[in-house]
Design a protein around this ligand. Structure first.
Ligand SMILES: [Zn+2]
Length: 466
């Protein structure tokens, strides 16, 4: 089975072939850090975490870069309102988002570039585009990209040039040559953050940061570029125009876009005032439940996010956790053992087949639930020992591809289970002194299946949650 991915550029599912064998260069557009991140941001980060985790499961080495837009009109406006320094405000939300990603069990990107730390590269790129006449400088010190200079402008969003030009939301400017031309560099206004440039003091436009960060951290060509489908136009269209005009090479192999999260059926936005922040969500719910909601929907579709789907996900989570209950019997029964091994293998095949089909997480989740049923049936039939531990291990491995922590999730659990784990370890120490190795291994393996790692020292043993 090999992986196929839906490429927004071609509107087709294509075989996945990387530029360099075994390696994936993946860039995902991150948030503009001017307010608390909400569940819509989290959705995009979790979707691309599913994708990264599956690629890593398949043996790829993934270099994942996610940016923070920390220089922006909204940040400046918000900081002015609050009487704060824009850089401080952006910094606070940038750090908060990194913590939220960790709580959501999103694997940490290799680099988190910020605009404020990429200014030199941005200026170099803009200067080159001016030099090659893809961009022009206005008398006021703004720099615009000349959309007409790019022959295939509009290829990602499939807009004809005229349509693209009138579709932009940029306010018309006396100094712009054409309406669709977009800002690479904006001249400084009084009281705003600014940097010295060949065109006077100013700050970067939005789109150029992602082109410059890709070039700096991943190179001229990348395998996967991701983001929400609200970014296809103009943001990603403009990224392609800038980068390809600069390098003369195709920029991205596969453009992957997630659908928008819809709260009670409406697209979530600030203006609707129906935002749920990530912190608000995690104060009341498990990150695993959030992952189940997203996995159950399919990443390209709009995601209906409401109490009903959340309650469903929480029931599903309870069911998944039943697979990790310890064995009750100690007898190994032949036919039931063989049946379990066969069902584990079937579940793995079904899981991979689903994920290979453009990261079909709903199908993968169905395979995981089948495995839960098989494990629980085997336990009831008296299957124990290694065959049972193997099945639970396979279940944990596949769950981890979806970023599910399952039993080890809530931190508070570490407190409540502590006295019991301590007691088991004390008994195990006595068993070891009595050279009862088989029993002492059974305790250690049983704890591991529950997500508790035992480490033996010369005198005593310690434990931690996986
Ligand atoms: Zn971007």
């Amino acid at each position: 089975m090999s992986l196929v991915v839906y490429n927004t550029l071609t509107r087709e599912k294509e075989p996945f072939e990387t530029l360099e064998p075994g390696k994936v260069r993946m860039y995902v557009c991150g948030p503009t850090v001017y307010a608390d991140a909400h569940v819509g941001h989290a959705m995009s980060s979790v979707v691309f975490d599913f994708i990264r985790r599956y690629l890593e499961y398949k043996g790829y080495q993934v270099r994942h870069v996610m940016n923070f837009t920390d220089v922006d009109d909204k940040i400046i406006a918000r900081a002015a309102q609050a009487g704060q320094d824009p850089a401080d405000l952006a910094n606070r939300y940038t750090e908060a988002y990194q913590e939220q990603l960790a709580k959501l069990n999103v694997r940490r990107p290799a680099v988190f570039p910020r605009v404020s730390q990429t200014i030199v590269e941005i200026i170099r790129m803009v200067a080159d585009l001016v030099e090659s006449d893809h961009a022009y400088v206005t008398p006021g010190g703004d720099v615009y990209f000349r959309v007409r200079s790019d022959d295939d402008y509009g290829k990602l969003s499939r807009r004809k040039l005229a349509e693209a030009i009138s579709g932009t939301r940029v306010l018309s400017s006396e100094e712009k040559v054409e309406e669709g031309d977009f800002a690479l560099w904006k001249a400084a206004k009084p009281g705003e953050p600014s940097w010295a440039s060949p065109w006077g003091r100013g700050r970067p436009g939005w789109h150029i940061e992602c082109s410059a960060m890709n070039l700096l951290h991943l190179g001229e060509q990348i395998d996967i570029h991701g983001g929400g489908n609200d970014l296809i136009f103009p943001h990603h269209e403009n990224e392609i125009a800038q980068t390809e005009s600069y390098t003369g090479k195709p920029f991205v192999r596969y453009w992957l876009h997630n659908g928008m999260l819809q709260l009670k059926g409406e697209k979530m936005s600030k203006s609707l005032g129906n935002l749920v922040t990530i912190d608000e969500f995690l104060a009341q719910h498990d990150a695993d439940a959030f992952r189940l909601v997203i996995a159950g929907s399919g990443y390209r579709k709009p995601l209906a996010f409401n109490d009903d789907v959340l309650a469903d996900a929480e029931r599903g989570l309870d069911r998944l956790r039943t697979a990790l209950r310890p064995v009750t019997g100690s007898v190994v029964i032949g036919p039931a053992v063989d049946a379990l091994a066969e069902q584990v293998s079937q579940a793995r095949v079904a899981f991979e087949a689903a994920m290979d089909d453009d990261f079909n997480t709903a199908g993968a989740l169905a395979a995981l639930f089948e495995l839960v049923r098989a494990i629980n049936t085997a336990r009831d039939a008296g299957v124990a020992g290694q065959p049972f531990a193997d099945a639970q291990g396979a279940f944990r491995t596949l769950g981890d591809v979806l970023g599910l922590r399952l039993a080890a999730a809530p931190q508070a659990q570490g407190q409540s289970i502590a006295p019991f784990v301590d007691l088991l370890l004390a008994v195990r120490t006595d068993l070891r002194k009595a050279k009862q190795w088989a029993l002492s291994d059974k305790v250690r393996d049983g704890l591991k299946a529950l997500g508790v790692i035992v480490e033996d020292g010369p005198q005593s043993s310690t434990w931690r949650l996986e």
